[in-house]
Design a protein around this ligand. Sequence first.
Ligand code: 13P
Length: 254
Amino acid sequence: MRKKFIIGNWKMYGSKASVKALLTTLKSSSVPPSVNVNRIVCPPYVFLAETQTLLEGSQIAWAAQNMAAEREGAYTGEISAAMLREFGCRYVLLGHSERRTYYGETDDLIAKKFKLATESGLTPILCIGETLKQRQSEQTEAVLQRQLDKAMALGESVFQQGILAYEPVWAIGTGVSASAEQAQKVHQFLRQHIALHYSDLAQKLPILYGGSVKPDNAKALFQMPDIDGGLIGGASLHAHDFLQIYGDCVSITN
Ligand code: 13P
């Protein structure tokens, strides 16, 4: 059985006070934890120290939303993989569509970060997804293939250290999730595409769905055979919603 993941991407939201309140509630929740479903939160960088203090020793892991493509140096405003490790991060999101769209991140740059993350002891969570225009012009598979191929070209031993997240851009923050069937169809395609290169890995790689996952649609999505959990934006800022989504994943998995 593949490991499942429920990951909260907080994006650029929160304050010292809200982070403390949210993490305290998540930690003290009565939702029974499952060894098969990993819970991870991705706060903004400046809250990582506080997150580490609050979550150390708990069942919840923490991760960064991005990292630099270089190990260290004169890169004003950047945060290195080694710094993230020092603050207890074990995972890092890479290639989120907001990074691609607003900060011009390319597949080459993201692949460079992917490699550096694995070399630094971080598990990269590679985000890929098509825009509405690309979907409407039937380019979804070609776009996803292109976004995947640079990371896959790093070789099986590198690529297998990651996690994949399919996040259709049209579903992010819009309240319009892909239907469970739409998402499953894409996840199945992704496994088939990966299998062309790495057949064992295609079955083992966790592939998460992201884009308007909420308590009312999570269960249907997670019931799909190729969906291994979710990358949650807006709903992860509300402890009750995040816990319910986690509980739904646990109930299907156990
Ligand atoms: P929403 O859940 O707010 O649509 O965001 C999804 C996302 O971008 C997670 O990385």
